[in-house]
Write a protein that binds this ligand. Structure first.
Ligand SMILES: NC(=O)c1ccc[n+]([C@@H]2O[C@H](COP(=O)([O-])OP(=O)(O)OC[C@H]3O[C@@H](n4cnc5c(N)ncnc54)[C@H](OP(=O)(O)O)[C@@H]3O)[C@@H](O)[C@H]2O)c1
Length: 250
């Protein structure tokens, strides 16, 4: 049994998860779950989270090895660039397995452990949950479902003393788009947006340390940006996206 607080981060082998591990290490013993190891984690559990048996083994290993859990960060996820006609059903299912069913199932199983420590769940959703993006409909759908799961869970889990924070990142430099399911090239990728994963992680830690915070939009201006588009600029936004993603070209 570990005497330090235990944080479990999914998808810590790269990008936002890796930056979150760096940021959490001062306060927690950090366990990463992904297919490849996170070199900066205190411990790694190898699992393919799209496979139900893989995620069940991973959570059981956490319970048996570490005996407690104080923080669960549901971060692992992939993107998908393509229209609904282009994405194959099996790819939409894979997207939903990793981005939605895996975090729901792991949270369900770990909730009794989190109740014992009055712990916290941080769910990494996306700004794609807040505004439609043509050619990213599958990703918007899965992140909207995950965000709603998270917002509802905050109330239900809160009754039993578990805090839930929903995080809505905009574009952050991680190489995420290069690892996505891809039928369309991303004209201006998240990989060159200039926002650093370490700045993102620092904002998440700040949110975690303030007990009154329920959610984080990062960078903050994405939220008013999404409102503005929906209220005043939706047709313009749609036309721009049709050009941007070359939706008329094939
Ligand atoms: N970067 C952005 O601009 C951005 C914006 C909004 C939301 N997000 C969300 O933030 C989260 C992290 O994204 P990121 O940018 O850090 O992406 P990333 O660099 O591609 O990292 C994704 C992580 O998920 C893990 N993962 C992927 N498939 C997996 C599987 N089948 N089983 C287990 N682990 C798996 C990967 O590990 P392995 O490959 O080693 O398994 C990796 O550690 C995702 O949920 C994403 O949707 C990102």
């Amino acid at each position: 049994m570990n005497s330090r607080k235990i944080a479990v981060v999914t998808g810590g082998s790269s990008g936002l998860g890796s930056a979150l591990i760096d940021a959490l290490k001062n306060d927690y013993f950090v366990v990463n779950i992904s297919r490849s190891a996170a070199t900066n984690a205190d411990a790694n559990i190898a699992a393919d989270l799209t496979v139900e048996a893989g995620r069940l083994n991973a959570v059981n290993e956490i319970k048996n090895k570490f005996g407690r859990i104080d923080l669960l960060v549901n971060n692992a996820g992939i993107g998908a660039y393509g229209t609904f006609e282009e994405l194959a059903m099996e790819e939409i299912r894979r997207l939903f397995e990793i981005d939605l069913f895996a975090p729901i199932e792991m949270t369900r199983i770990l909730m009794p452990e989190l109740q014992k420590t009055s712990g916290t769940v941080i769910n990494i959703a996306s700004m794609a949950a807040k505004i439609h993006v043509p050619a990213m409909g599958g990703y918007c759908a899965v992140k909207a479902a995950f965000a709603m799961f998270s917002e509802t869970l905050r109330v239900e889990a809160g009754i039993k003393g578990v805090r839930v924070i929903t995080v809505y990142p905009g574009r952050v430099n991680t190489g995420f788009s290069s690892r996505a399911i891809k039928y369309r090239e991303v004209p201006n990728t998240p990989d060159n947006s200039g926002v650093s994963p370490h700045d993102f992680a620092a904002s998440v830690i700040k949110t975690l340390k303030n007990p009154r915070r329920k959610r984080l939009f990062f960078p903050w201006w994405y939220r008013p940006g999404a409102w503005l588009v929906k209220l005043l600029l939706e047709e313009y936004y749609n036309r721009k996206n049709i050009q941007y993603w070359k939706l008329n070209d094939k």
